[in-house]
Ligand binder design. Structure first.
Ligand code: 6PG
Length: 225
């Protein structure tokens, strides 16, 4: 199904509202809330808005949908970015670093069940057309059994770890966060030709999918194909 597309003044602030609402709902229903975090500058702005009193963070399971193959304290790692943006400020919040795809898959299956169903998955659209660390043409796009794999990326980290399409499809809710004028052409192309971009996987999700764009990123989405 075609995702919903919403244009908002601040992607980070709107994503924060949606994350907290999804969290309260999941915690009330099951006592836990699982989130797949994404890297990138837009999610970083969201993480900076999250506060210690927002949720009972000890009950929130924070994982990464993708990671660069670098040490945990490397500035290139999504973990390191998240630590600086939120984990250092929110004492109760813990995130699981991804440095071994097979072990991470076992952890996801043990925590979320065999299909690795996240309550909420955050995704983005990178300048190279990638989503999580699924780049256009990546062999990981064909993976249907494994939940987390190593995959080729580009600099600054040519080796990546990423969740695979079945994990994206199984998520209960997906938020695609994109901001900035430098993404306007890419957003238009991916929205009009989803089969050509990994973000097009969100057309086949079982759960609710919303693309949250700021006016600059959304500027060309209505261009004539
Ligand atoms: C990564 C990210 C990636 C991200 C996009 C968007 O580690 O490369 O997880 O998939 O979502 O690059 O990043 P921006 O918000 O900075 O455009």
């Amino acid at each position: 199904m075609k995702p919903e597309l919403t244009v908002v003044e601040s992607v980070a602030a709107s994503a924060r509202d949606r994350l907290l609402a999804a969290g309260r709902q999941a915690l009330a229903a099951s006592g836990s809330f699982s989130v797949a975090l994404s890297g990138g500058s837009t999610p970083k702005a969201l993480y900076r808005l999250l506060q210690p009193g927002d949720l009972p963070w000890a009950q929130v399971q924070l994982f990464f949908g993708d990671e660069r193959a670098v040490p945990i304290d490397d500035p290139r790692s999504n973990y390191h970015m998240t630590q600086e943006a939120m984990l250092d400020r929110i004492a109760e919040a813990r995130a699981h670093f991804l440095d071994d795809p097979a072990a991470y898959e076992r952890l996801l299956v043990a925590t979320l069940g065999p299909r690795c169903e996240f309550d909420l998955m955050l995704l983005g659209l990178g300048v190279g057309g990638h989503t999580a660390s699924l780049f256009p043409g990546s062999p990981a796009l064909a993976e249907r059994d494994r939940k987390v794999v190593q995959a080729p990326g580009v600099e600054p980290a040519p080796i990546r770890y990423t969740v695979t399409p079945p994990v994206i499809w199984a998520a209960r809710r997906v938020l695609v966060l994109v901001s900035g004028a430098d993404k306007a052409d890419l957003v238009r192309d991916a929205w009009q030709r989803p089969a050509d971009y990994p973000i097009g996987l969100t057309w086949q999700c079982e759960g609710e999918v919303e693309w949250l764009l700021d006016p600059a990123a959304a500027a060309r989405v209505g261009d004539r194909p």
